[in-house]
Write a protein that binds this ligand. Sequence first.
Ligand code: GLV
Length: 330
Amino acid sequence: MQNADMTSQSLAHIHTEPPHRHYGAVLFYSEFDDPKAWGDALKANLPGLDFRVYPDVGDPDDIRHVLAWKAYPGFFAPFRNLVQVVNLGAGVDALVGRTDLPDVPISRLSDPGMMALMKSYVLFSVIRYARDIPAFEQAQRRREWHYIHPRPLHQIKVGVLGLGHLGTAAASGLAAAGFDVRGWDHAPKTIADVRCYGADERDAFLREVEILVNMMPLTPATTGLIDADLLGSLPRGAKFVNASRGAVVDEPALVEALRSGQIGGATLDVFCVEPLPDEHPFWQMENVLITPHLASITVPEAAARDVAESIRRVSAGGEPLHRIDPQRGY
Ligand code: GLV
């Protein structure tokens, strides 16, 4: 019943849409995302859309909307009629502070598919530590039946640093799973079942955290934020999960903390240099789990509806969805 209603509503919408040439052309650039999936998903929302995939740009003056992930320096320079840029992901650090981008709205993606994937990565990483899985993995390699009495989850203090869209999703997911969750953010936040700490309460937040999850965006203000001092404020042996951006962490300080035992283990999805260089000490560390920057990805079918809506809105002189503030950097 509900589906039938939704179908007739969206059909009605399609029939009243203006001809798609009003939107101008959309250019897609990403080495990671599937252009066909995005083209199909966008055209399902905007039939007849002029969707072009880099390097088949055609006349650069046709391009009004760019969907980009990690566009190289100078990429935007040829597009004189650009009206908006959509970042094909959550973190917009590759789009701010560049000189080739005219003053057009920049937006990010924020869709339920991305939130669900991020939540699953954070839950996996935290549960892996909470249930002592790394110790069992090592014991198995020694053929050792190594019993560790499980602790109830509500006793395990998990801290989420950064309570934006994805940080909030992660904190709520951890709370729903039964952990004792606290969160820290510059801005005051209220999240059900999460004890939220504000700007000047960072040390109080860190003092008891047994598993710290970094969800901060990368901006000039957060570069190197997780340094020796911050890591030293955690209880000895705390675990660390990074699912945001590598450069929020002072990597040599983390290596040192992992060697000294101040940090007992780390699950790292993101790094200052990606792919992580062969010679990086993280590769050799028993207490580090490395994943290749995939904690969360965008699911085109889920995100295309918002992008289509932004194309409609910006073409009509309005604001895109999920607009970011380039000064702030997120
Ligand atoms: C992935 O890293 C993203 O920012 O979406």
